[in-house]
Write a protein that binds this ligand. Structure first.
Ligand code: GLN
Ligand code: ZN
Length: 756
């Protein structure tokens, strides 16, 4: 009979214990010893729940106080000197790398964070410099094996593989590539294997998600020689090379030739993995990832069994497609959810049950069809399919009827620009903000009181209106040209639209780690999406009624709403995106009808879900993502100005696509990246208007007039005074009021100076 495994379990705990204990430690409410003890308790719970659910191969070292890449940096002693030199404990150095350290005379910033492949999880980027001295440091990897053993639980230690680690590291030494460090790192992995050998573990799991990305010939050669080195000294260890988030088309054959014992393949996102096996054969034990570690739907056993049937020539184990880090803990935490909906879902703990179910029915041969497990599962899948409350035939019809003309505005930009200049009558270098103003405690309190029923809807509306009155006045006093209503009614730019559109549901406790102690609670797209009534129009209309200046409407775009939600699995992302786009389109047109002259549609998350392989970018993503955006604004008149905002500065590779989105004005991040973006816009010969953020809102610092002056003059030189907007680089929601108003005052003052 086959066996079951879990790639890695989540770390935050059933009640987000990890968040609580670490934050208490940060606030000095508990000591380092207490933190360590509490973490040990948490690991115990997580191992036991897997064991009690009959998982055969459970991981150790999947726990982390902050992040697994950071743990690996620590293990390999890739610790920049500025942290090494701090006069604090090892654990404090670790947290200093994650969060920075400001105490006494020390002021070191945190290491950079980046998104982990195509997930919403962030890892701490390792930094390799001249001083880096690779050596083994710390014992976590080894001690967790013993810790589990003492609980009578055998684990397979998991470690991030040398290629993925080096490839994702920032190398600060001129002219060096990742593979210039592979000899050093290979030695360390050999040392690690030697240390583990005596512990008698089942497998050593080496995670190499980097293998699912594009690999050129040099990388492949280097990877193979790196692994040959390590594997020649593997001793009695059994090695599992584990991959996830995609297929390994570029390196499948080479891996098959390595002296490894098992290979972990993702059969959920790895669309080509089955083909690769069928085409080239296989000589390894397969860790078959069929349970989706990234989504929250109950597994359709029919699909999974079909995949397993294709593997029946080989030995395989059944498990998760990737770590369960990316899903919430358990449905047990959802007390108020509709029972029917609940039955469609499966969080981390429920997924353990699914893995074991699959093992069971997999052992029945063709009889599985008559097994209770299978019948029950198919009943739920059918119920969901037949649940007419999730189907909106109008929307489906509308999506089907989308045609080419739905992607085009009335005229092209040059014509629109002439009409808009006339209609909007803005000065050159118009000043504006990205949408939200500081969400101070009073605003959160108002929203909370509405939720708990302490205040009624009418009181709520009046309180928010007071906030709008105030912020309109503040913006007029500062002298901004295009005002916003401040987004006080929104908790989160995606949740807000999810709550106001049909087709979404929300969890009470569906927290997923985003980074360190931070979590997100993504909405779930459960059915067809539609807009029953206008969402933002009353608020924006109200704000506009309070001023003679232009107030811009503020919406979240379809791609961002989709990317920050748990998507359905039964229809394509493209179809979901079009459904949302059609809803937002109606909102855009209602805003226009209400006299709103400028409408911003944020696509903050557009870049995040770019497929991992370049050849898939257009076909699998950008093609429909861009069309979705275009749908939202295809119905407005030439005079109405469409803005869009993007939250990052790495643009060069998708700038042509951003241009294709056809917004009249884009605002983007630029201040943090030495204005590289501004150079790029200029070289690209971008014809439309843009507002590369003139300051970084992620810091509380108030930039001086001189600083604004220097930046703005450069932007005018590169972009031209007739195409340039002056604005911060993102929403101001998380900032304090004082620093925000002071920064904006300086910004406007300098813009006015240039204007005159
Ligand atoms: N309009 C949003 C805001 O200002 C945009 C947020 C974002 O880009 N993440 O808050
Ligand atoms: Zn932003």
């Amino acid at each position: 009979m086959t066996k079951t495994y879990v790639t890695g379990f989540l770390r935050i705990g059933k009640e987000r214990e990890l968040k609580k204990i670490t934050e208490n430690y940060f606030k000095s409410i508990i000591s380092e010893e207490e933190l360590i003890a509490a973490a040990k308790e948490l690991r115990k719970k997580h191992w036991e729940i897997q064991k009690n659910n009959n998982i055969d191969y459970i991981s150790s070292n999947d726990f982390s106080f902050y992040d697994g890449m950071l743990d690996t940096s620590f293990l390999l002693n890739v610790i920049p000197k500025r942290y090494k030199d701090l006069p604090v404990s090892e654990l404090e150095k670790y947290f200093a790398m994650a969060r920075g350290y400001q105490k006494n005379d020390y002021d070191v910033k945190a290491l950079e964070m980046k998104k982990w492949f195509n997930t919403n999880y962030h890892y701490v980027v390792p930094e390799i410099d001249e001083d880096t001295e690779f050596k083994l440091n710390g014992i976590k990897l080894f001690s967790e094996i013993d810790e589990a053993k003492s609980l009578n639980i055998d684990t397979k230690p998991v470690i991030i593989g040398p290629y993925t680690f080096l490839k994702l590291s920032k190398i600060l030494v001129e002219g060096k590539n990742w593979y210039d460090y592979s000899d050093k790192v290979a030695e360390l992995y050999i040392e690690i294997l030697q240390k583990i050998e005596s512990k008698n573990v089942s497998f050593v799991q080496i995670d190499e998600p980097g293998f699912v990305m594009d690999l050129d010939d040099i990388s492949k050669k280097e990877i193979i020689s790196l692994y040959n080195k390590i594997l020649s000294k593997k001793g009695n260890n059994k090695i599992l090379i584990n991959t996830y988030f995609g297929d390994i088309r570029d390196i499948y054959n080479e891996l098959q030739k390595l002296d490894i014992d098992a290979i972990g393949l993702d059969f959920v996102e790895g669309i080509k993995n089955i083909e690769l096996i069928e085409q080239y054969g296989n000589s390894k034990l397969i860790f078959a990832g069929v349970i989706n570690g990234k989504n929250i739907w109950r597994n359709n056993y029919e699909n999974s069994i079909k995949i397993l049937e294709k593997l029946n020539k080989y030995e395989y184990y059944i498990g998760t497609s990737c770590s369960l880090l990316h899903v919430p803990y358990s449905l047990e935490n959802e007390k108020n959810m509709d029972k029917e909906y609940l039955s469609y879902l499966s969080f981390a703990v429920e997924k353990l049950g699914e893995i074991v179910d699959l093992k069971e029915i997999d052992s029945m041969g063709n009889d599985y069809i008559n097994s209770n497990i299978y019948i029950e599962n198919q009943k739920i899948i059918q119920n969901k399919k037949n649940n007419i409350s999730l189907i909106n035939s109008d929307v489906r019809e509308k999506v089907k009827n989308v045609e080419n003309s739905d992607f085009y505005r009335k005229n092209e930009f040059p014509i629109r620009k002439i009409v808009q200049n006339d209609y909007l009558n803005l000065p050159i270098l118009p000043t504006t903000t990205i949408g939200s103003f500081p969400q101070t405690n009073d605003v959160r309190k108002i929203r909370k009181e509405l939720k708990t029923g302490q205040i009624n809807g009418e009181t709520y509306i009046n309180l928010i209106k007071e906030k709008i009155d105030n912020i309109i006045k503040v913006q007029e006093d500062i002298g901004l040209d295009v005002l916003v209503h401040g987004e006080y009614e929104r908790n989160d730019m995606v949740e807000y639209f999810g709550e106001n559109l049909s087709g979404f549901i929300f969890t009470e406790n569906g927290w997923v780690q985003s980074y360190g102690t931070r979590g997100v609670k993504p909405p779930i797209i459960i059915g067809d999406i539609s807009r029953e009534k206008a969402i933002t129009v009353d608020w924006i209309k109200y704000a506009q009624s309070k001023t003679d200046r232009i107030v811009k409407g503020m919406l979240t775009g379809p791609v961002t709403i989709l990317n920050w939600s748990f998507p359905r699995e039964d229809i394509s992302n493209e179809e979901m995106s079009y459904q949302i786009a059609l809803a937002i389109k109606d909102e855009v047109e209602d805003l226009e009808k209400a006299g709103i002259k400028i409408i911003q549609i944020d696509e903050a998350a557009l870049r995040e879900k770019l497929p991992l392989r370049k050849e898939d970018w257009n076909k699998l993503y950008l093609n429909w993502a861009i069309k979705s955006f275009r749908i939202t604004c295809s119905g407005v008149e030439n005079k109405t100005q469409i803005h869009s905002h993007f939250c990052y500065s790495e643009f060069s590779d998708i700038f042509a696509d951003i241009d294709e989105m056809d917004a009249d004005v884009i605002t983007i991040e630029a201040a943090k990246s030495d204005l590289k973006m501004v150079d790029f816009i200029s070289k690209f010969n971008y014809k439309k208007e843009s507002g590369p953020g003139v300051y970084d809102i992620h810091s509380p610092r108030v930039p001086t007039e001189e600083e604004f002056g220097e930046i703005i003059i450069k932007m005018i030189e590169k972009i031209g005074k007739d195409k340039l907007w002056i604005n911060p680089d993102c929403g101001l929601k998380t900032r304090g009021e004082k620093e925000t108003y002071e920064s904006l005052k300086n910004m406007v003052k300098v813009a006015n100076k240039f204007r005159n």
